[in-house]
Write a protein that binds this ligand. Sequence first.
Ligand SMILES: Cc1cc2nc3c(=O)[nH]c(=O)nc-3n(C[C@H](O)[C@H](O)[C@H](O)COP(=O)(O)OP(=O)(O)OC[C@H]3O[C@@H](n4cnc5c(N)ncnc54)[C@H](O)[C@@H]3O)c2cc1C
Length: 605
Amino acid sequence: MPAYKAPLRDMRFLMNEVFDYPAHYAGLSNGKDADPDTCEAILGEAAKFCEEVLAPLNLSGDLEGCHFENGKVTTPKGFKEAYEQFVQGGWQGLSHPTEYGGQGMPMSLGLLKSEMMGTANWSFTMYPGLSLGAMNTVMQHASEELKAIYMPPLTEGRWTGTMCLTEPQCGTDLGQVKTKAEPQADGSYKITGTKIFISAGEHDLTENIVHIVLARLPDAPPGTKGISLFIVPKMNVNADGSVGEHNSVVCSAIEHKMGIRASATAVINFEQSTGFMIAKPNKGLEAMFTFMNTARIGTAVQGIAHAEASFQGALAYAKDRRSMRALRGKQEPDKVADALIHHADVRRMLLTQKCFAEGGRAMIYFAAQLADHMTNGIIENDQAKYEEWDDKLGFFTPILKGFLTEMGLEAANQGIQVFGGHGYIKEHGMEQIARDARISTLYEGTTGIQALDLLGRKVLLQTRGKAVREFTGHIAKFAVDNLRDARLRNFATTLAKYAAEWNVLTMRVMLMARKDREVVSSASHHFLMYSGYVTMGYFWALQAAVASEKLAKGGSEEPAFYKAKIATAKFYFDHILPRAKGHAHSMTKPSKSMLRLPVESFVFE
Ligand SMILES: Cc1cc2nc3c(=O)[nH]c(=O)nc-3n(C[C@H](O)[C@H](O)[C@H](O)COP(=O)(O)OP(=O)(O)OC[C@H]3O[C@@H](n4cnc5c(N)ncnc54)[C@H](O)[C@@H]3O)c2cc1C
């Protein structure tokens, strides 16, 4: 299993040199305590916990998996103790309000922490990760009374939470949800139905599990307009906040999965379980979606996590394993053969992984600042501020989730390839990374659904291309500002062309879609991938600009770090960014190139 080392130097580079987090935090109402020394201490401690406690449980957790017996789930050896340490460290409430027992830090700091946790052990990270989604939903939508009961134990990590959306007949199309909620005289509801694929739905880490459940009232209209949202605890809660009787929430099975095997994915039956409504009747889906932007960024982090983990494993191997001689001549003449890393094609794979890990991290650090402003709107009870930043973040969310998880999966595959046949063998842990990465493009909305969200909703319907115009405006400004700098001219001219093309493509697809609605679907994947490659290109150029500035100033103790940034950016522009051209070509083809074959002709013959 590759040993995990938290990429603290790269994290500091992005925080302090590229995105100026100290100034960003100083401008946030909840950012005053997040001074550079405190952030450094928090991230350093998180890195230690991830390297020393979580990473060593990653392979063993995968091999052992979760155990299911008589409705009870036991997590793999070591998980319970690691979770206790996680709770003791106060990690769950890092970015949640102090009034509930949290540390009140900005939301972004929690995201940076979760990247390290996820890279060290994604399966483990799922338990507190789903809880964050539940906490955010309760915090924003539940009554003060319910918040007082549920927020403190969730924030302290004494209880965990889940998100119960999916049912056997529907995952994407939640308008088909059947779970019933019957009102009771005391204001509570009896919840009845089956939810499947519920991450952290049952486990032995905490004494209670708080399910956030989508269900229908008896008189609810059909479809998405008739769904409400409920808190349903596994164990009822006594008046003093202690855990009471079982609430007829039954785990009937856990799934046997391709990856994230140490994360329990449960089938949960609600059998007249007592629940409490949060948000307004029939507005459950809207309430659930208000935090979707941040939940999806949390899943986008999984893309970087697996790219980073796979890169770290492959890099160590490529320096150690020897095979033949480099075509340009012997690189290590005193050795029997040159190390893999001397071969250009192996470099291609390693650099691709590095591009996705570090380029994706930059994209997340940028988006995390938008998310900070958005959550500040909630904390400050300022709806206008919340909506303004939610809109800004909304454009990037499907790009981050859709594109970065696909790239994480590619990087994980490249990791196996660098190991050759040994990558396919369990003991090295490289195949586990690829198996674990596979789910990231499926849950929290598949890549296809992210693509539809980006093109159909965020670009065409909500902003009529304005979101693209605004962001490409930033890219164009960067290009103009750096055109005269010989070190950056190539980045600047290339980006200027893509910025212009992205607008033209948006217009073309918009015009095509006016005549043929299917174009939104047929062009969506290509539009998403194009947007992802160009966005990452911008953030690589930005990193290269900061690095070349540092080198030009001189006096740096780490020229190698900055030179590596520039070399990697050049690789991205030479070898990865041109992929966008293929997507540009395909997105402007008529939908009939996908629809002309009749359903009856899809046959095996
Ligand atoms: C390990 C794991 C953990 C999970 N954790 C949770 C959890 O904690 N809580 C929870 O509620 N759910 C969870 N899920 C469920 C997950 O979110 C869904 O599986 C996912 O949203 C996809 O839904 P589906 O499986 O029903 O696929 P479907 O909706 O049936 O989609 C099948 C395919 O059709 C495509 N498709 C569907 N509709 C359209 C359309 N209109 N246009 C174009 N393409 C379309 C999709 O992109 C996909 O490729 C989990 C699933 C797994 C496997």
